[in-house]
Design a protein around this ligand. Structure first.
Ligand SMILES: Cc1cc2nc3c(=O)[nH]c(=O)nc-3n(C[C@H](O)[C@H](O)[C@H](O)COP(=O)(O)OP(=O)(O)OC[C@H]3O[C@@H](n4cnc5c(N)ncnc54)[C@H](O)[C@@H]3O)c2cc1C
Length: 376
């Protein structure tokens, strides 16, 4: 009997995990991959959608295209999880797992910030990004505030990336001189792990006349007065507000008793939870690394290797080392690269490569290779 592996969530983490298990041990495991969505959308393509460089249909990767040995995809919503029995109930079925992997990501909660739903726009969901593509052409003058609304958010560079792309958008439309752009983020620097990367981003933002206020976040909007209130007591006027909503673990995971202080605690070496044979991976954990797709993918590889070593009775794999390559949009269709390693040494390391069109091409290849690997 193959080992029944049930993977909840087919994002960066779930897709990489299912693919690696299918490649390595198709005879020894059977993977049930469950997601409520019809398709996967890479986070970074939401920026393209928001600025009208791509339409949503062109960036969707349909789960129905997944054809892999020993992997069954189920489009269902997970409604309850019993981690001690490794039992999962969805709106279509009940699953009992030998090994359960929770990869449900972080939910967005726009309503958690008073005034945001009425007075702002989010670009972190595919729908939000597509809606903004219809709104942004109407913004031709005034203040654009790009604000983070919670202390934890995925893709630390995204606020700065969206500012660079907004600058380009306004230049293209001939209205940049009539607009101000201001980024407000809880991160003291755009990329806390790398002073060099942060300094490069801050210098390029300043060159373009974009203000970056680190170390604070927006807690409330006053839509009628068009003012954003910040945690540090300031309030700022805006004409358009682009927000990164509060992030939370999906309610089903909280109700299952899997979380502590909002996220799932894991052993960062193996991603085991406190429940036997239950792992958690990606944005949903409290692992001491940023929330990003490239990180989630690396974590999933480790979990896959842990499962492979178990079913093949091989040696345990090395612990997760926290390494990833992050691509950062810097405007003018140029992309910078930072190679990070969070856990291998005594302190995190990062090495920065300045923005170029060659790295932009490398980023495109990165996306295409995942699309091909996961959706074939
Ligand atoms: C604008 C933007 C830009 C980004 N740019 C980058 C970038 O350049 N590089 C990078 O590395 N990362 C980037 N990210 C971050 C990246 O997208 C996430 O960190 C990554 O997707 C996390 O992977 P995950 O597998 O943990 O979760 P997700 O990819 O979010 O997957 C979780 C899945 O669980 C499913 N799910 C949730 N609840 C349920 C339920 N109850 N039942 C069934 N299914 C459920 C969801 O539908 C989803 O498919 C960006 C994100 C955004 C928003």
């Amino acid at each position: 009997m193959p080992t029944r592996v049930v993977v909840l969530g087919a994002g960066f983490a779930g897709l990489e995990l299912a693919t690696r298990l299918s490649e390595a041990v198709p005879e020894q495991v059977h993977v049930t991959l469950i997601d409520q969505a019809e398709s996967f959308v890479f986070g970074f393509t939401k920026l393209d959608v928001m600025f009208g460089h791509a339409d949503i249909a062109s960036v969707e990767c349909h789960y129905s295209d997944i054809v892999k040995p020993s992997v069954d995809f189920r489009r269902q919503r997970v409604t309850s999880i019993e981690p001690d029995r490794r039992r999962v109930v969805t709106d279509g079925n009940t699953y009992d797992a030998d090994i359960l992997v929770v990869a449900l990501g972080a939910d967005l909660d726009p309503a958690a910030t008073p005034g945001f739903v009425e007075g702002g726009h989010e670009f972190y969901s595919p729908q939000g990004a597509a809606h903004l593509a219809t709104v942004l052409p109407q913004f031709t003058s005034g203040v654009a505030l790009i604000g983070v609304l919670g202390p934890v958010f995925k893709c630390p560079p995204a606020p700065s990336e969206s500012a660079f792309m907004l600058h380009d958008h306004l230049v293209r439309h001939g209205v940049r001189d009539d607009a101000a752009i201001h980024v407000i983020s809880p991160l003291p620097k755009p990329i806390p792990v790398s002073v060099e990367t942060s300094d490069a981003i801050l210098a390029m933002l300043a060159e373009r006349g974009i203000t970056y206020s680190g170390g604070s976040m927006v807690t409330r909007l006053e839509p009628d007065a068009k003012r954003a209130h910040l945690a540090d007591g300031r309030s700022l006027p805006y004409d358009i507000f682009l927000g990164i909503p509060v992030h939370r673990a999906p309610a089903v995971v909280v109700e299952a008793g899997l979380t502590e202080e909002g996220w799932i605690p894991v052993d960062p070496a193996t991603f085991a939870t406190r429940f036997p044979d239950v792992y958690a991976v990606g944005d949903i954990t409290n692992a001491p690394v940023p929330r990003a797709g490239v990180i989630a993918e690396g974590e999933a590889r480790t979990v896959a290797d842990v499962i492979i070593s178990r079913v093949t009775r091989g040696a345990p794999p090395p612990p997760y080392e926290g390494a990833a390559i992050c691509y950062i949009e810097m405007g003018d269709e140029m992309v910078a690269r930072v190679d990070v390693n969070f856990l291998a040494g005594s302190a995190p390391t990062a090495s920065f490569r300045a923005a170029s069109s060659a790295i932009a091409a490398e980023k495109r290849t990165f996306g295409q290779s995942r699309r091909q690997r996961w959706f074939s």
